[in-house]
Design a protein around this ligand. Structure first.
Ligand SMILES: NC(=O)C1=CN([C@@H]2O[C@H](COP(=O)(O)OP(=O)(O)OC[C@H]3O[C@@H](n4cnc5c(N)ncnc54)[C@H](OP(=O)(O)O)[C@@H]3O)[C@@H](O)[C@H]2O)C=CC1
Ligand SMILES: C[C@H](CCC(=O)O)[C@H]1CC[C@H]2[C@@H]3C(=O)C[C@@H]4C[C@H](O)CC[C@]4(C)[C@H]3CC[C@]12C
Length: 263
């Protein structure tokens, strides 16, 4: 499906991003991965080459700084002379708890989780227009409906939907043949999520390996949105228009509120 295609995956030193890199390797793509932890990136690149990647490289750095986001795209241009798929996946650290009034944290998280996505898109667009490529934006149920105890994170995910859904409209109007796929994910069994959530949620997590493959497939098929796991995420989003208060209570019941800390 993506044999020989040139793909950037951000946030690929662990979790869903790491699994996406491995699926792309099995599909014999050219892969450029990025995150902060160089040691982890090296191991993922080695594994990608073992799995059959056409090529695999990494760039380590923090997306808190949009200049780094632009540098990653520049690396792809130097290495490949073009780009077919941009998978925007990374997130910065945020707390799970009642909103603590820290506006500076929201500003920093918007830099990492939102503005770096915009900066990479701006830098990559000329190459993606050339290749008639794809942009995949990894978001969350928390970017579509109000989920308690993750207000800063949720704000950044809602921002992604607003910006990329608007940009998709402009691409259609302007005959720009670059697809934008927004991935709306429920709880996924990544180490970070399980560490953060295990003591406070009654939810069962979906497998990160399958999630990663579904994300890649949705982008390759140029789908508008992906809902994964489909039943839980799609059903949740059925309620906002018809029974918003019922939806809110359903989501709150998914948490062991007594275990939520006040930061
Ligand atoms: N897991 C879940 O339940 C859900 C996940 N999602 C979404 O899926 C995506 C992946 O989540 P998941 O795999 O769980 O996350 P992980 O925490 O497992 O991975 C996050 C990745 O981002 C990197 N990262 C963290 N901080 C920075 C930074 N400042 N600059 C650059 N890279 C950074 C991490 O590497 P390093 O630390 O080395 O920089 C890591 O590779 C996210 O967009 C998330 O919102 C959506 C809904 C549910
Ligand atoms: C429990 C929520 C699902 C609601 C439902 O009733 O199905 C999860 C939906 C989104 C999850 C959060 C998310 O988007 C990723 C965050 C990233 C961090 O790695 C830690 C976990 C998250 C806070 C995660 C928590 C579960 C959800 C809110």
């Amino acid at each position: 499906m993506l044999r020989g295609k040139r793909v950037i995956v951000t946030g690929a030193s662990s979790g869903i991003g790491e699994q996406m890199a491995y699926h792309l390797a099995r599909m014999k793509s050219h892969i450029l991965i990025t995150a902060r932890t160089e040691a982890k990136l090296q191991k993922v690149v080695e594994r990608c080459l073992e799995l059959g990647a056409a090529s695999a490289h990494y760039v380590s750095g923090s997306m808190e700084n949009t200049a780094f986001a632009e540098e990653v795209v520049k690396e792809a241009e130097i290495a490949w002379g073009g780009l077919d798929m941009l998978i925007l996946n990374h997130i910065g650290y945020s707390y799970l708890g009642y909103f603590n009034g820290d506006v500076g944290h929201i500003r920093k998280l918007l830099e990492t989780n939102f503005l770096s996505y915009v900066a990479m898109t701006v830098s990559a667009l000329p190459m993606l227009k050339e290749s008639k490529g794809s942009i995949i934006v990894v978001s969350s149920v928390a970017g579509k409906v109000g989920i308690p105890f993750i207000a800063p994170y949720s704000a950044t995910k809602f921002a992604l939907d607003g910006f990329f859904s608007s940009l998709r409209q402009e691409f259609i109007t302007d005959y720009v043949n670059v697809s934008i796929t927004l991935c709306v994910l429920g709880l996924i069994d990544t180490e970070t999520a399980m560490k953060t959530l295990s003591h406070v949620t009654r939810k069962t997590a979906a497998p990160k390996e399958e999630c990663a493959l579904e994300i890649i497939k949705s982008g390759a098929l140029r789908q508008r949105e992906l809902y994964y796991p489909y039943l839980t995420t799609r059903s949740l989003l059925f309620f906002p228009d018809w029974a918003p208060d019922f939806l809110d209570s359903l989501i709150r019941n998914g948490f062991k509120v007594e275990n939520i800390k006040r930061t």
